[in-house]
Ligand binder design. Structure first.
Ligand code: HBI
Length: 363
């Protein structure tokens, strides 16, 4: 049994925890913090002002700092430079880390930003990074690969597909993700009306237009959950299908999301980028909803083809439609079983603890 650690977990500088602005990182942070608390460690979370922790993380200490959000890396070109806005949140977060790092056994960074990776060899307390995206910019590839060159034990990835974007001296440590499965109710039968589901930040890299096209071709309603991050994109998708095809459900807290998601006969997952993990794929399966997805990025490692879902060639809307039409053989109970085995909070926290313990050993 590992001695209890004092751990500092640093959140993303894109949105406060609970706002949905941080995307998948919010769910990852909650699973990681609650899971490590469950293993007896003492957690402090450092996040943007206005952040709030879920009940499961209530025993963690929350430090917040004010500052201007970092521009999201998702919406910048591969050659974009690192930008630090005036009164920036990112520098404020890492000034706080520097001031208090001596009070912790390890620091875990969940931000996909240049500064924390660059600081790794300079911080006396061991700094670990759970990389939250695939490759999105050259300057980020460089700083992530520099950490890998100096001590790759400091890096963990969600999936092999994601890690494959980076040049690493050794095979990557892949830790998946972890969810509070008690928050998701298994629904053995879908709603009487054949409902398709889609969930994620509503932005171009998530490919909502393809899911909408499938729903239109099948004449079925598509329920869409997620932060409307790019309103113009959302409007263009809406205009691309007959009125009534899309039912915009908004960004819902987990309890409400899972109750609605579980009524779907399928979740469509249509990433246009190298999705690092695919939280929504696991959330759907936790409710018993099989997933039909593009064979691209993380979701390709979460779906057991023919059992918990189907994988089709990326961007092939015709194949996605055929797969969505003929998916009766998929087993809703197998979806829940897979998640309980691979993506529970407890299993994830054990993988994180092993990662940190190995990384704390002298090189
Ligand atoms: N952009 N600059 C920056 N920093 C992050 O931590 C970050 C981001 N874009 C998206 C993001 N994190 C999260 O949505 C990840 O879960 C993808």
């Amino acid at each position: 049994m590992t001695a209890p650690w004092r751990l500092l977990v640093v959140s993303t500088p894109v949105g406060a925890l609970g706002s949905g602005g941080g995307g998948g990182v919010e769910l990852t942070l909650e699973g990681l913090v609650a899971g490590l608390i469950g293993r007896g460690h003492r957690l402090t979370v450092l996040a943007a002002e206005g952040s709030r922790l879920s009940r499961a993380c209530a025993s963690a200490r929350l430090w917040t700092v004010a500052g201007v959000d970092q521009p999201s890396w998702q919406h910048q070109g591969r050659d974009a430079p690192v930008q630090i806005p005036a009164a920036g949140l990112l520098p404020a977060l890492w000034r706080q880390v520097q001031a208090h790092q001596g009070e912790f056994d390890a620091v875990l960074n969940l931000a996909y930003d240049w500064l924390p990776f660059w600081l790794t060899p300079l911080l006396p307390t061991p700094l670990f990074h759970l990389v939250s995206m695939g490759s999105v910019a050259t300057v980020m590839d460089e700083v992530i690969e520099a950490v890998a060159s100096s001590d790759q034990r400091r890096l963990a990835f969600h999936t092999r597909a994601q890690a494959g974007d980076f040049r690493l001296p050794a095979p990557p440590l892949v830790v998946g993700n972890g969810f509070d499965l008690s928050a998701y109710s298994f629904q053995a039968r879908p709603a009487a009306e054949p409902l398709l589901g889609w969930a994620g930040r509503i932005a171009p890299e998530k490919g909502l237009e393809d899911a909408a096209a499938v729903a239109a071709r099948l004449g079925e309603r598509l329920l869409v959950w997620g932060v409307r991050e790019d309103p113009a994109y959302a409007a263009a998708v809406e205009a691309s299908v007959p009125p009534g095809t899309i039912d915009w459900r908004g960004f819902l807290p987990t309890q409400a999301l899972q109750a609605e998601l579980g009524r779907c006969r399928l979740l469509l997952n249509t990433p246009k980028w190298n999705e690092a993990f695919g939280n929504v794929v696991v959330e759907a399966m936790a409710c018993g909803v099989p997933v039909v997805a593009y064979a691209r990025g993380g979701p390709g490692e979460l779906i057991v083809p023919g059992v918990t879902g189907l994988l089709v060639p990326a961007d092939d809307v015709e194949a996605l439609t055929l797969a969505a039409r003929g998916s009766a053989a998929l087993e809703r109970s197998a979806c829940r079983r897979w998640v309980e085995r691979h993506a529970s909070r407890e299993a994830f926290a054990e993988r994180i603890e092993t990662w940190i313990r190995d990384g704390l050993r002298p090189a």
